[in-house]
Design a protein around this ligand. Structure first.
Ligand code: B12
Ligand code: SF4
Length: 478
């Protein structure tokens, strides 16, 4: 049986870094010894009309085509690939976040035969076996499929508890070189995901529905084993740990940090973090272990909003965490949401005040988007703030759907973002972080020349100069 796994085109302007299709590499790893399997990443090709993927389908003649899904523009691309696959007689299975959260609607699409819900490894393997042996599908936990003109959702599959029992993602099936990028202190950096889920309950986050707030992580030893593999085979010297919350398991983090330090493993790394996880002991451990950057979803500077979204920390904890962080060499990234339901203009100004005060190395504001499968999206729906699209394809335009509903105008938000973007650029320039610059430049914001002019005017009028102004935390440079 021949299988083709396709990563649809993500077309994302907000994160242009090359991401290995780890979802597909993870499911491929468990079946590659038994089946002929190919991964095709559409982000590596310019192929809007689908000629390249049609040629791949014609050449490989797969029996089964698997497609991964995120809510957003990639859905349209995934549907196009599904149509081309069906036209050539293949069966089509979708997996990933979007299809897992909305399996019935996904299956209403005529080009999709199966949805693998949530974790994919075991369900995918059982599906392949069932297709090959012409067995029924009703015993496959975690599978949704079409039957007698209707849609059948089998019971959920329990989560895989021991991630160490899974093989490493199938790095052998992708052109690894294409996913390596240059980044601060690392010439050859790559993305890894070492755990699944998170124990927190932020009400806008997918983990509540998708991972049922359950956390499972690979052991520190297995992370180091994969790192050693990546170093030996691809010369990797930097890693971005893109877990839901890499630092959440303290014993695992401590063990990982100790090993990197004691064995002097030549890698630098970065990951996401939460403000309430930062303390002196934590910072000492990660700094020793060559962590050079931590990124924070801070969401708001208003305690009312932080409580409303069940972030479970307060604005003063954000400020305290950054007081500690700003005394280390760790670069910081801070992101805030604008447009959370019930947010007032006063809340937004509190957020901007906190953003100024903490003086993060990079600061980004994102309009809140109610992605499906979170309690806050349900709140939006129940309160008539949004309507979920009726068809799978219509989710493609859902990104940032609510940016016009914020308490201040979109124009004003863009202006604020542009002013922080100026600081982002100057911070990068000061450290000579040109690689970071090219990764994070938000051209749209930077074209706001007014922000540059007002920054320089402020810098010279205040007598603080350019760097003095960049570093003037808490002072109104904006
Ligand atoms: C890397 C990443 C990206 C990469 C792309 C990933 C890729 N496919 O190439 C980039 C940066 C491009 C990206 C973009 C976006 N992302 Co993103 N991303 C991630 C991240 C950090 C890791 C994904 C990953 O590799 N996980 C590891 C693998 C092993 O887990 P998995 O993906 O869940 O896969 C398992 C199962 O889902 C299943 N499975 C998955 N695919 C398939 C396919 C088949 C056929 C089968 C059988 C099974 C299966 O099996 C896998 C193994 O168990 C996740 C957060 C996270 N930690 O998971 C967010 C995440 C998936 N992204 C998210 C979001 C919101 C986005 C954006 C919308 C952000 C934005 N506003 O721009 C865009 C959408 C892009 C688009 N155009 O549609 C949300 C999901 C929201 C949603 N409802 O889809 C997440 C969960 C982050 C979050 N906490 O909110 N993202
Ligand atoms: S936003 Fe981060 S901390 Fe909050 S639940 Fe999601 S993964 Fe966990």
């Amino acid at each position: 049986m021949k299988i083709l796994l396709v990563n649809p085109n993500m077309r994302t302007a907000y994160n242009p870094l090359p991401f290995p299709p780890l979802s597909l590499m993870s499911i491929a790893a468990v079946v590659q010894d038994s089946y002929e399997i190919t991964i095709h990443d559409r982000n590596l090709y310019k192929d809007p009309e689908g000629q390249t993927i049609a040629a791949v389908l014609d050449r490989l003649k797969p029996d089964l085509v698997g497609i991964t899904s995120l809510t957003g523009p990639a859905i349209l691309d995934g549907v196009m690939v599904s149509r081309l696959a069906k036209e050539r007689g293949a069966q089509v299975v979708w997996g990933g976040t979007h299809a897992s959260l909305l399996p019935e609607q996904t299956l209403q699409n005529p080009y999709i035969d199966f949805v693998v819900m949530n974790e994919g490894e075991e369900t995918f393997r059982e599906l392949i076996e069932a297709i090959e042996l012409h067995r029924g599908y009703n015993n496959i936990l975690g599978l949704a499929y079409k039957e007698n003109g209707g849609i059948k959702l089998n019971p959920e599959r329990p989560f895989i508890q021991d991630l160490d029992a899974l093989p490493m993602p199938a790095w052998n099936l992708v052109p690894v070189e294409r996913y390596i990028y240059r980044f601060t202190k690392a010439r050859r950096k790559i993305v890894m995901v070492t755990s699944r889920g998170c124990l927190f309950r932020c009400s806008f986050c997918y983990v509540i529905d998708f991972h049922k707030r359950k956390y499972r992580g690979r052991s520190a030893g297995m992370i180091l084993k994969e790192l050693a593999f990546l170093r030996k085979n691809y010369g990797i010297d930097g890693v971005r740990f893109d877990d839901d919350l890499f630092v959440i398991n303290r014993p695992r983090l401590r063990e990982f940090c100790d090993w990197v330090y004691k064995k002097d493993i030549p890698i630098t790394w970065d990951s996401n973090c939460r403000a309430d996880q930062v303390n002196s002991e934590f910072l000492a451990a990660v700094t020793r272990a060559k962590c050079h950057r931590l990124t924070f979803g801070l969401e708001s500077g208003s305690d009312r909003i932080l409580k409303f979204i069940e972030k479970d920390f307060r604005a003063e904890q954000i400020v305290r965490a950054f007081d500690l962080l700003n005394n280390t060499d760790i670069m910081t990234g801070a992101s805030f949401l604008i447009g959370v339901p019930t947010e007032t203009e006063e809340d937004i100004w509190k957020t901007i005040e906190v953003a100024k005060k903490i003086n993060s190395y990079h600061t980004h504001f994102y309009p809140y988007t109610p992605f499906p499968g979170s309690p806050l999206a349900e709140y939006c729906r129940k309160n008539g703030l949004i309507q979920y699209p009726d068809r799978l394809e219509d989710w493609a335009d859902f990104e940032y759907a609510r940016s016009d509903r914020t308490a201040i105008s979109e124009r004003e938000i863009k202006k604020i973002s542009a002013q922080f973007e100026v600081r982002n650029v100057l911070n990068s320039l000061e450290r000579g972080e040109l690689a970071i610059l090219s990764n994070f430049l938000n051209l749209e914001h930077l074209q706001n020349f007014g922000s540059w002019i007002s920054f320089f005017r402020q810098a010279f009028r205040s007598g603080r100069g350019i760097w003095g102004t960049v570093h003037s935390a808490g002072k109104p440079i904006l």
